[in-house]
Design a binder for this molecule. Sequence first.
Ligand SMILES: [Zn+2]
Ligand SMILES: [Zn+2]
Length: 125
Amino acid sequence: MTQHTGRCTCGAIQITATGEPKSVGICHCMDCRKHHGAVFYAAATFDPSDVTIKGETAHYKNRHFCPTCGSSVFATSDGEVEIHLGILDEPNQFTPTYELWTDRREDWLPNLANTQKHKRDRSES
Ligand SMILES: [Zn+2]
Ligand SMILES: [Zn+2]
């Protein structure tokens, strides 16, 4: 099985995910942006059983970060682990296929041709 590895800036948190992600997406919602400190959030979603996390994270509302260096590393929701693309050793291996909360998208961001766009959450159009 393919293994995908990642770590926080200081290396105290190390993540390994096995197999292919269930989904890869971008979110422009305010909560995701605040957590990332970036204008959009990008993550690959895995089953918790496919993810191994070494090191102790701290979290705020299930958004986990390294207590030493502050890197935001993953989030948990609805029985899934969302691994942030930016902490992966090879982020380019995953291409987002959808965008959430495009209502909040920055005007200066170029259009991504190959993503399915949702104005808000995936359940809404
Ligand atoms: Zn760290
Ligand atoms: Zn979001």
